[in-house]
Design a protein around this ligand. Structure first.
Ligand code: AVJ
Length: 322
């Protein structure tokens, strides 16, 4: 049976892409400090575990930001006097977009960007049904990579990046990302962004070491995801969740600690792990508001308004393009 040429070409491109991904994964597991990119947390099981994390008593960021959003949306409604397009990076289930839409009736168009295609398509269809007067144009893409917004209109853009997802990026990449979306969103654009704040190390520690052990499951699940996509044979029993606050870098670090001396095979290549050696899986940077405003300024954004939760537990900023 012969494969039609077009299909063949697509298959080739896909396998090249897959090979690149696997080489990247393997290289990171061969480095001095082994690591796995946090983007691999979010398979179906990982996304579900993250939803569970959001409802844990110890995990304050999600709850705190959700509680802030209705008031922020009301404040924004008073500021936005002309029709705009809302562009969300990593839009997921569109829960937060819905809170903004409820108050800001100047939002005429919504562009949710997410890598999880099926999930986003469903959420976008439901949103379009509930808001027939709003144009909903989902983009399926990895928002950490450069992307061009094919502007189907000339509306000023409001970028939306909630949840302190920017905390996953180191400072250098955070700066680059903010510069890039400044260019993508264009002049006259604004950016509404949620950022986790610096706070007591004990509170931070508890948020990433919950009693129910969901964060541990979430962390370990990255290994079973690699088992599936990179043909690896990690034994989850042989690793332990380890999360701590690193004050030097103002970040939570998550690692998986090898409980034994072991050899793992990934794409037919062996990876050796010593007893106690770690695989670094995530950083979650915390910012003082003035630090973040400074970073955004260097990326071409000037502060318009700042919202702080009670006890400065979380911050949300509205920036204008410089
Ligand atoms: C989705 C990146 C904001 O850093 O708090 C939660 C991910 N990791 N618990 C965070 C996460 C462990 C979360 N972000």
């Amino acid at each position: 049976m012969s494969i039609p040429p077009a299909t063949q070409a697509i298959q080739t491109i896909e396998s090249v892409f897959e090979q690149q991904l696997i080489s990247e994964i393997t290289a990171n597991l061969k480095a001095d400090q082994k690591s796995i990119s946090s983007k691999f947390f979010y398979d179906a099981i990982g996304s579900d575990l993250f939803d569970q994390i959001c409802h844990l008593p110890e995990y304050y960021p999600y709850r705190t930001e959700m509680n802030m959003l209705p008031k922020i949306a009301a404040d924004m409604a008073a500021l936005v006097k002309q029709p705009i397009e809302l562009v969300e990076f990593g839009a997921g289930s569109l829960t937060k977009i819905r809170i903004l839409l409820k108050s800001i009736n100047m939002i005429q168009s919504v562009v949710p960007i997410d890598i999880a295609q099926t999930h986003l398509q469903k959420a976008a269809d439901a949103l379009a049904r509930d808001y027939p007067e709003v144009a909903v144009s989902p983009i399926f893409a990895d928002f950490t990579q450069p992307l061009a917004l094919q502007s189907h209109n000339t509306l000023p853009k409001l970028g939306f990046f909630p949840g302190s997802t920017i905390g996953n990026f180191n400072r250098e990449f955070a700066l680059q990302f903010l510069q890039r979306i400044r260019r993508t969103l264009g002049d006259n654009s604004q950016l509404l962004i949620g950022v986790d704040t610096k706070k007591s190390a004990q509170v931070l520690h508890r948020a990433y070491n919950d009693q129910a052990g969901i964060t541990a499951k979430f962390n370990l699940n990255i290994l079973s995801h690699l088992n599936h996509i990179a043909n690896a044979n990690f034994d989850l029993q042989k690793f332990e969740h380890y999360a701590f606050y690193n004050p030097h870098f103002s970040r939570i670090e998550m690692h998986l600690v090898s409980q034994v001396e072991q050899s793992v095979v990934i794409n037919n290549k062996p990876i050796d792990l010593h007893l106690g050696e770690t695989i670094h899986t995530e950083n979650s940077y915390k910012y003082r508001p003035d630090e973040f405003i400074h970073l955004a300024r260097m990326a071409g954004w000037t502060i318009q308004q700042e919202w702080l939760a009670e006890d400065d537990m979380f911050s949300v900023f509205l920036f204008d393009a410089l």
